[in-house]
Structure formats: structure tokens, C-alpha cells
Design a protein around this ligand. Sequence first.
Ligand code: NAD
Length: 348
Amino acid sequence: MFDHPSYDRHEGVHFFEDADSGLRAIIAVHSTALGPAAGGCRMWQYETGEHALRDALRLSQGMSFKNAMAGLPLGGGKAVIWGNSKTDKSEALFKAFGRAIDTLNGAYYTAEDVGVDTDDMAVVSTQTKFVAGLDKGEAASGDPSPITAQGVYRGIKASAQRAFGSDDLSGRTIAVQGVGSVGGYLCDHLAKEGAKLFVCDIDEEELAKVCQRTGATRIKTDDIYDVDAEIFSPNALGAIINKTTLPRLKAKVVAGGANNQLASPEMDSALKEAGILYAPDYVINGGGIINVAAEISGAYSRDWVMSKLDVLIDTLGEVLDDALSQDLPTNVVAERIARQRISAAKGG
Ligand code: NAD
């Protein structure tokens, strides 16, 4: 573990197995310097346990940076459940997951991520109070995706302002990869402003719905990187900016909600060299965790969420401006700020 390439001095990495329900989960707590670690739970059919571990390590580190950049009193953590979200879900499985979280005594708060929804979180909440993203209850904030999508939409505008000299998206060509919860709401915002959308998804049903709603052009999943679009917005899974896909992109901006978009850290410099402005994923997609943080605080306030979102978009603008003026990759600038904030909280 200590030699794992994605290990970044994580405070704790916890493995859980429950034979009765079939649960196999990893909860990675990257840092609790700023507060309890918070980050969603992903359910995915990983090829191997090693893939699941890598995802948990990288995603939890990303959550530390994300929470720090959003100015939240939260550290970074993430849970992954190894399984097929369409066929392996059961009440017993999410109850076992809830018990697993409870053993950490509040070091980690969970919520939804890919493959996991508010119904699943409701089951988790029967076993532990360290859960957010609930539909019901006094401070319930519900599905965080609409707020994430709103932040991504505003982040795309902020990026367009820097790349094209205008944040007006009407008539801009935008390729959107993934039209699930975040991507779907994002397409609604973009279409409303008059952007010309090209969309793909492996889920044909969702794709058809979004195309009908927004007038978007459907693209085969493998062809999305070749679309002649000014902006590429990834909203599915990670590692999609890599040595194979980058040379295919025609866009001048990469800005989307997906976590861990860069396959490796050096892809940030590669994007810069290719003349592409990259909105760091853990900054632009922080809206959802702001919503979750409001719930964790115990007194959900929509005004508080919106004011935090305003600050987040300003922070993204500062990252982009500093990167452009200092001729640095955007991720380098964002990570520097995030690590400074975490280190300051540790008193170091
Ligand atoms: P989701 O499961 O609702 O949507 C993901 C979509 O991507 C699905 O429709 C799926 O079919 C599609 N997809 C999967 N593989 C694909 C491929 N190869 N090509 C095209 N489409 C593919 O998940 P979501 O909540 O919308 O999250 C999307 C991304 O945003 C994830 O990376 C997630 O970690 C990140 N994110 C989500 C939130 C949130 O509030 N939900 C917050 C921050 C970050």
C-alpha cells in the first residue's frame, strides 16, 4: 500500500467485506485536516480489486483538494463499492455499507456518486448518521447533481471568457461526454443559452431523452473526441484525457464535471502545450459537495450554498488567470492553493 503509485500519505484506507450481502468496499480517508473527510460513494464493476483501490486512492485525494478549493470545513475521503450497480444492489448490501461507515466514527461522511442514488443513501442512513445527500429529514439536501451541473455550467462560461474573450455560449459548439445526472442537467443549461451540443452516452435511453429535450446531436461514444467542437465537457468517468485522446481533441477548452479527468498528472502540461485551457475538475465540479456540506452542517440553507458557489466560481477564475499569467498548467496552480489550505489547517 505505502508504495502504491496513487498513495499520497492517506490517513487511512479501510477494506470491508460482508459475505452475506456480497459487499466489497474500500473507504479511503485522504485527509481530515480541514474537518471530517467527505466524498461520495461510487459503485462500479471494476476489473480487479487493484482498479477499485486505485480509484479510491485517487478520488479521495481529489476530494481533499475539492473541499479545500470550495472553502469547506471538510477533509477528503471516498468510498467505492465493487459491484454492478444495475444488478448487484440490495438493501442488505447498503445496510452493510452503512455499518462499515459507522465503524469509522465520523472520520468519513458518504453521499451519492456514480451508480449510487438517494434511495441507496436512505438505506445507508438506517445504519449510520454519517451520510448526506438524503431526500428526507430536517437538513436533507437531496441529489447534489443539479448544483454540480450549475457550477460546471458557470465554470464553462468562466473558461470561455478566458479562452474566447466572451462567456456567451450561444452558438458555441460543445461536445458533452456522458449525459447522466450531471451531464443531463448541464445540457439543459447549455441548450437554454443556445449552445450547439454534441452528446454521447453508453446509456441509449438517457441519450435519447437528452437529445429530444435539448436538440443535441448524438455522437457514438468512441467518436466524441473527434467532434469539431470548441469546448469538450467530460461528465462520465475519469482518465479520459490521455495520450490517445488528447491529440484527437479540437477543443480550446476542457471543462466538465467528471472526477479525475487526467489519466496522469503530466496530461496537465500536455493540455497546456496543446493550447487547451483546462478547468481543473476538482474545482469546477465542487458544487455538489457544497450542497452536501450544507447538509452535514445540520442546517441546510440554499442561500449559503449559492454564496459558496459564487466564491467557487471566483476561485476557478483566479486559478485560470494565475495559470495564464504565470504560464503554468492550471492543475499546478489549483493543487498549490489546495495543498496550502490543507497545510495551513494542520498548522504547517
Ligand atoms: P451518472 O452515473 O448519473 O452519469 C454518468 C453517465 O456517464 C451515465 O449516463 C453513464 O451511462 C455515462 N457513461 C459511462 N461510461 C461512459 C462512456 N464511456 N462514454 C459516455 N458515457 C458514459 O453520474 P453523475 O452523478 O452524473 O457523475 C458524472 C461524473 O461527475 C462522475 O465522474 C462523478 O464522479 C462526477 N461528479 C458528480 C457529482 C454529482 O453531484 N453527481 C459531483 C462531482 C463530480
